[in-house]
Design a binder for this molecule. Sequence first.
Ligand SMILES: O=C(O)C1=C[C@@H](OP(=O)(O)O)[C@@H](O)[C@H](O)C1
Ligand SMILES: C=C(OP(=O)(O)O)C(=O)O
Length: 408
Amino acid sequence: MTISLSHTRKELEGDLKITGSKSESNRLLILQALFPEIEIENLSNSDDSKVMQMALEKHSGTIDIHHAGTAMRFLTAYFASRENNEVVLTGSKRMKERPIRLLVEALREMGADIEYMKDDGFPPLKINGKKLGAKSVKLQANVSSQYVSALMLIAPSLPNGLEIILHGKITSTPYILMTLEIMKHAGIEGKLEGNCVKIEPVKELTSKSIAVESDWSSASYFYSLAAISDRAEIRLSNYRETSRQGDCCLSSIYRNFGVETTFEKNSIVLKKGHKKRAKRLSEDLANSPDIAQTIAVTCLALNMECNLTGLHTLKIKETDRLQALKTEIEKFGAKVAITSDSLRLFPVGKLNENVRIATYNDHRMAMAFAPLALRVPLEIEDAGVVSKSYPDFWKDFSKLGIESSEIE
Ligand SMILES: O=C(O)C1=C[C@@H](OP(=O)(O)O)[C@@H](O)[C@H](O)C1
Ligand SMILES: C=C(OP(=O)(O)O)C(=O)O
């Protein structure tokens, strides 16, 4: 489905409830499968969390996790450590290109029985679950933090817990801290000190209901809308002032665009008035890679030069996001220079109209470009792709007065 987007007003007002964080949800679903004493509130309604729930009901056969990176990585560790489970974990065409070797090697070092069914280092995987007895394991941590979280999540169910020694420069660190915080909240003891994560073994937990905070990465698209608007007051729930999600750094980054955030009870209120904004933006996003696309498009809309660094993980996500951003942003007439870990945007002033955005099976390509409709009419291909993390995105977007119509 291709949609065309245009705006009716540049002053935005609205009140939205955003679905639960898919990252928090998918961690809690694994923990709940290991410790049924855990109850989850405000679970994400994303495809990635639905696929995780479906997978955790199975003990054998082929499990297709589609595009869900966390599901692929967390379930590899989960099934490898479950005795008498024999599964094939597979995914979309893109998932078969997303590397998993470092995690598989670490699990094999712990005694796991995992085979590559096609290309070495990539899904699909044949996993023959076994009791894993290792106490300590080494893991390279500069490619994806999801490998680290995957091992952390199964660690409390192992007889000795687990010490994970991280090598290389740790990437996407807030996601490792999120895993740790959620586990601690559930009653599991653990710590990250220097390059060593240590998780204690647990037999049983006290029953506990844990609430998932709404998704901060999803909030980024409303930050972008507010930044591009003339005036905005958008209220989003349910958020906390002290979040476990690294993408809460949006509240400070978007001050550069004149958007102020206030916390009121369980909501954040994004306000854009007549505050001055920065002339250019420089940000290292190694801790929050999922908001890189949103920020680049906000800069495009506001004619702001930007230099985004720390983007080395973007090329192994749902698509090569650096290349995809360059291709799509340049359709508007701007210039983009990319390296393997950075993106520089040189804006043009007047943007080309009625550009058709390709989304490359990447939910964030569709959602990141959508706010640009406040500046120019545009079209977005395969708009349903948003369901990976935010199925109600277009519905919520229209509540703020952005009109979309299906054209194909
Ligand atoms: O653990 C998680 O929930 C995630 C970790 C990050 O991946 P990397 O660690 O691969 O950067 C992030 O991009 C992804 O959307 C979710
Ligand atoms: C990279 C993402 O997800 P995953 O790696 O879990 O597929 C994302 O949601 O932006």
